[in-house]
Design a protein around this ligand. Structure first.
Ligand SMILES: [Zn+2]
Length: 224
């Protein structure tokens, strides 16, 4: 990244380079490295989410995110975007689990964006298939994580990934769905599982229903 010719912050870490680009430099990390990158000039802007302007500091100017796919790009605080993404994702799974009520959900750290500055805080979920006990109560089909029928699910870029555990062969269940099979360790077990990507909420709902249906077909739970 280029040197700053005209600083705009008191610490001199943010300013214009010789090409007129607004450049900012991070503070050195534990290894003594610093990173420079180009910023949007938000000195006259307000965040489209919270309505607040940016403060004149490198930290605040670096707290920016360009939200795309909205007819025109909008610049917002990264922290505001994180909060919105977090709420949006929780609202989606809340709707899905109302619709497909045979799952219980446990929150997981993000399994895809583990260190991405914007997306790392967005939760993933572990969804356990539930059955109905003789007393009519919901319960995990097979208590204990080692043998549960479960789906680990969350966002990755433009799709949601679903990792399907515990039912073994799902070729028939998802015959018409493009999928790739993975042989990966599932919670420390050497167990075959499937990856499926869903592009839309209705596909997510469909796949959850199929998985729960396959569990029911195979006698894992009474009718739910
Ligand atoms: Zn904001």
């Amino acid at each position: 990244m280029n040197d700053i010719i005209t600083p705009i912050t008191a610490d001199g870490r943010t300013g214009f380079d010789r090409f007129g680009q607004l450049v900012t430099w991070t503070l050195p990390d534990s290894g003594g490295y610093r990173t420079g990158y180009v910023l949007e000039d938000v000195r006259e802007a307000t965040c489209a989410i919270c309505g607040q302007p940016w403060k004149n500091s490198s930290e605040d100017f670096q707290n920016q995110h360009v939200a795309r796919g909205l007819l025109k790009p909008l610049v917002v605080h990264r922290t505001c975007y994180q909060g919105l993404e977090d709420m949006t994702e929780r609202a989606l799974w809340s709707r899905l689990l109302r619709d497909v009520f045979s799952f219980s959900a446990r929150e997981l750290p993000n399994q895809y964006w583990k260190s991405h500055p914007t997306h790392r805080g967005t939760p993933w979920f572990e969804l356990s298939v539930q059955g109905i006990s003789a007393e009519g109560r919901f319960q995990d089909v097979i208590p204990g994580r080692g043998s549960s029928l479960l789906i680990v699910a969350g966002r990755r870029k433009r799709v949601w990934e679903l990792r399907l555990y515990g039912l073994g062969d799902l070729d028939d269940t998802f015959r018409d769905v493009e999928h790739t099979k993975g042989c990966a360790l599932a919670h420390g077990e050497d167990e075959k599982h499937y990856y499926i990507h869903a592009w839309e909420e209705k596909e997510l709902s469909d796949y959850l229903k199929r998985f729960a249906g396959a569990a029911l077909e195979r006698g894992y739970c009474r009718g739910v």
